[in-house]
Design a protein around this ligand. Structure first.
Ligand SMILES: *Cc1c(COP(=O)(O)O)cnc(C)c1O
Length: 487
């Protein structure tokens, strides 16, 4: 990219009076000057003034600075960055769907309500749940909604003492955060060395102050929690409910159902498992499913099917309230429905085994040069604890930065917190053997470089537009506006 455009904001390209358009006089009377003074702004808005070539080059150059699943391999553990089929984009962009207004009368949006209802039904079947709401906007938002359902359930029974949520120490950070936002206290339960929940440590924590136990399966180390039915029986015996963080549903699709294992409430990340684009903060969708007997607590509005086959938006007093404007992120829902319908149940059932095969293939191909703290068959992802040979002082951060030089997005690093040098790799089912072999070769090259020429790895990346931003300073002193608004 040339220097004229590189790294510049569009405001820096602005020159007074430049325009990318010229419009003829529209012949309308000047109404603006007739508006009362109170409605007028004090100063003209600060807008960039650029010509058409500048605007086109600016945005095209910016787009090539992005990395996405459409650019290259994206092994970001915990995030399920699978390929997003383009047919889903076409479905979501259909004018009959994209041009709807959220407040149109139900009778004019029957097709959209049916799409919502059908996805809700498909997810209920996949999760082994009774009903889903698609309204939450993300996984974390789904967790909050699910915990609010659980709280509403306990309250409806007059059981007000239940204020604690038990969360494993391997949990995603959103679990304790959602519990806190829901006004519940977080109690941590330890994991065993193999990454699964320590059932003996859990047992004494269960009493009549516990509202729920949140679990992820496969857990964040990529290991299947095989003792869930036993845990569920203990938790239910204590009067609490089981919450399933479904962000890791991908390897279980069509193979095992959280509802059958004893989970009462769950969320699904449509933007992960159901292949809708995400990253950089959005868009997302975190539908929440509940077992029979909890449906009435789901947020308003719900989409219900009437006896005559039509669909309505319904509001009830037993609902926990609303968690989103109308029906959530509708375009993401449409992409997920399109993905489910195009794969069909047979295709969906192939996704998990292939994701599992790919993850184990990468793990086994690298285990002699990277440290493998949990040595078991993994599901869709696995965690290395940095390089096997740490004597040259090359860290997981250095390895991740060096991968950028080779055109790969880095894996997730320093999560889960169970290991000091976590490097969490999730290849997903949509990557070919060739892609995985090339990635394995690069990871092996980096491991060799780390002992033969460690400085190159420690000072990476060397060929990216931005090298090592000061993460700490960016977090502590973020500059989020270009203009000094005080001036
Ligand atoms: C991604 C993820 C979440 C949170 O989902 P968001 O949509 O990012 O809010 C929760 N738990 C696990 C295990 C995850 O991977």
């Amino acid at each position: 990219m040339n220097r004229e455009y590189y790294g510049k904001l569009i405001f820096e390209l602005s020159r007074p009076g430049r325009r990318a358009y010229s419009l003829p006089d529209n012949g309308c009377p000047d109404v603006v000057s007739q508006l009362p003074d109170v409605l007028m702004r004090d100063a003209a808005p600060v807008l960039p003034e650029v010509d058409e070539p500048a605007i086109v080059r600016h945005y095209n150059n910016m787009s090539t600075n992005n990395f996405g699943v459409d650019t290259g391999f994206y092994p970001l553990g915990s995030c399920t960055m699978k390929y997003n089929p383009k047919i889903n984009e076409e479905m979501a962009a259909l004018p009959s769907m994209a041009a709807l207004h959220p407040f149109q009368p139900d009778s004019t949006v029957q097709g959209a309500l049916e799409a919502y209802y059908n996805l809700q039904q498909a997810l209920s079947e996949i999760g082994g749940m009774s009903e889903f709401t698609l309204n939450p906007f993300a996984g974390a938002h789904g967790e909050l909604t699910g915990l609010m359902v659980i709280r509403a359930y306990h309250r409806s029974r007059g059981d007000e003492k239940r204020t604690k949520v038990i969360v494993p120490d391997s949990a995603h950070g959103t679990n304790p955060a959602s519990a806190a936002v829901a006004g519940l206290k977080v109690v941590e339960v330890k994991s065993l060395p193999d990454g699964t929940v320590d059932v003996d440590a859990l047992r004494p924590l269960l009493d009549d102050t516990v509202a729920a136990v949140m679990m992820t399966n496969p857990n964040t180390v990529g290991i299947f929690e095989h003792r869930i039915p036993e845990i569920a029986a203990m938790v239910h015996e204590a009067g609490a409910l089981m919450y399933y963080d479904g962000a890791n549903l991908n390897p279980m699709l069509g193979v095992a159902r959280p509802g059958d294992m004893g989970f009462d409430v769950m969320h699904i990340n449509l933007h992960k498992t159901f292949s809708t684009p995400h990253g950089g903060g959005g868009p997302g969708s975190g539908p929440v499913g509940v077992r029979e007997g909890l449906e009435q607590f789901l947020p308003n509005p719900r989409v219900t099917r009437n006896p005559d086959g039509t669909f309505s938006l319904t509001h009830t007093d037993t609902a926990l309230g609303s968690v989103s404007a109308t029906l959530g992120n509708f375009a993401v829902q449409l992409r997920a429905l399109s993905y489910i319908l195009s794969l069909g149940s047979e295709g969906l059932m192939e996704a998990g085994p292939l994701a599992t095969l790919n993850a184990n293939y990468v793990k086994e191909s690298l285990r002699d040069v990277y440290a493998l703290p949990v040595d078991r068959v993994c599901k869709h992802e696995f965690v290395f604890d940095g390089l096997a040979d740490k004597s040259h002082g090359v860290t997981t951060l250095n390895v991740a930065k060096r991968l950028l030089d080779h055109g790969y997005h880095a894996p997730t690093i320093y999560f889960p917190l169970l290991f000091h040098e976590s490097l969490m790799i999730e290849p997903t089912e949509t990557e070919s053997r060739d892609t995985l072999d090339e990635f394995i070769a690069v990871m092996r090259d980096i491991a060799r470089e780390a002992s033969e020429n460690p400085e190159v790895v420690k000072t990476a990346p060397h060929n990216t537009p931005v090298r090592r931003p000061d993460d700490t300073n960016a977090a502590l002193n973020p500059v989020v506006t270009y203009f000094d608004l005080e001036k």
